[in-house]
Ligand binder design. Structure first.
Ligand SMILES: Cc1cc2nc3c(=O)[nH]c(=O)nc-3n(C[C@H](O)[C@H](O)[C@H](O)COP(=O)(O)OP(=O)(O)OC[C@H]3O[C@@H](n4cnc5c(N)ncnc54)[C@H](O)[C@@H]3O)c2cc1C
Length: 311
């Protein structure tokens, strides 16, 4: 049976919750699970990872390169220790880029955005989510696992941890941290998302969305028009066909018209709420709840009501 390697999602040496979902997805492939925890100081994250059920061994992979995202350096560090077999990681923007490099270096098939694993049958969306394709594995693969699909694995395991330091082998990356965006919850793993579009009028008005997001424990997303128009709104926030595909319980679209390319990234959300001043905006055809108003009118009321509800 092939080895199954899970690459944990770790930001600033903190283990992200999506890792428990990747472990759960990996368990559907087999039971020989090795979890690699990368970081500049990964000991504590590896300790948490070792308690996940189903994990046989954890490798705490320490390397200076993990201070800044550089897919070439990360790929080199990970490839130097990862055994052959299937490798699974997160379908975050970083995960997808890294997975592509790892697949080339391991000469493996790549399957992005996996939503179902049934034995060797792997299902993932194609054509911007309009169809699902099922691929039958016939060799080693690299897969990215979409967030909020697989039930996170439980805790109670006690896997062995080995520490590996590859710093001396590799050049440290000098690229800038993507930290600004990652300090906040990423849209691809959030259960509640509030997104702003061009209708927000200016990037500083996104502060209103952050205020509500902080109350709800939500992530803030954006339409492509917002990302393209304002440098302050990074591409990592973009939801849609050429951005991230999200699947939260609640998606609040503010000043977003609901173009087909935006819908491609969020239409499977459990509940969609739209705030738009134009009652004919297409987003209302897909929303469970619609508020026909400007965000200037609607958001202060929403924030006040949430404050009263949540204390
Ligand atoms: C190949 C391709 C890929 C694309 N990929 C993506 C993608 O990944 N994601 C994506 O989002 N788009 C994508 N697009 C762009 C998409 O077609 C739309 O242009 C974009 O989604 C529009 O963004 P928007 O709704 O913010 O802006 P607009 O269409 O300009 O809509 C702004 C909305 O705000 C409302 N509004 C204005 N002022 C207020 C106010 N004060 N209060 C409340 N409402 C207000 C308006 O009524 C309007 O409905 C893609 C396009 C192409 C061609």
């Amino acid at each position: 049976m092939s080895e199954i390697i899970i690459l944990a999602e770790v930001i600033n040496n903190t283990l992200k919750e999506s890792t428990a979902e990747i472990v759960s997805a990996a368990s559907s492939l087999g039971d020989s699970l090795t979890l690699i925890v990368p970081g500049t100081s990964p000991e504590s994250a590896a300790g948490i990872a070792s308690t996940y059920e189903g994990i046989r061994s954890v490798i705490a992979l320490q390397d200076d390169c993990f201070a800044n995202f550089d897919s070439a350096a990360w790929c080199e560090a990970i490839s130097s220790i990862a055994p052959e077999g299937h490798l699974l990681t997160s379908s975050s923007a970083i995960g997808k880029e890294l997975a592509a490099r790892l697949a080339v270096s391991r000469n493996s098939t790549i399957i992005q955005d996996v939503i179902k694993i049934d034995g060797q049958n792997i299902t993932h969306p194609i054509y911007s989510g309009k169809a699902h394709q099922t691929v039958v594995l016939n060799g080693p693969s690299v897969m990215t696992i979409r967030s909020n699909i697989f039930k996170p694995t439980g805790k109670g395991g006690n896997a062995s941890i080995s520490n590996v330091n590859t710093s001396s082998n590799l050049r440290a990356s000098l690229k800038e941290m993507v930290a600004k965006a990652s300090e906040r919850l990423d849209v691809s793993e959030a259960d509640i998302i509030i997104s702003g579009g061009r209708g927000m009028g200016s990037p500083s008005n996104f502060d209103k969305l952050y205020g509500i997001a902080d109350k709800l424990g939500a992530a803030v997303g954006a339409s492509r028009a917002a990302v393209d128009t304002w440098d302050e709104i990074p591409h990592s926030m973009q939801v849609g066909q050429t951005g991230k595909t999200v699947n939260p319980s609640l998606y609040i679209a503010v000043g977003i018209s609901g173009a087909i390319q935006h819908l491609a990234g969020m239409r499977t959300s459990k509940y969609i709420v739209a705030i738009n001043k134009d009652g004919t905006a297409p987003i209302f055809r897909h929303a469970d709840y619609g508020i026909i108003a400007t965000w200037e009118e609607a958001l202060p009321i929403l924030e006040q009501e949430l404050g009263a509800l949540l204390g």
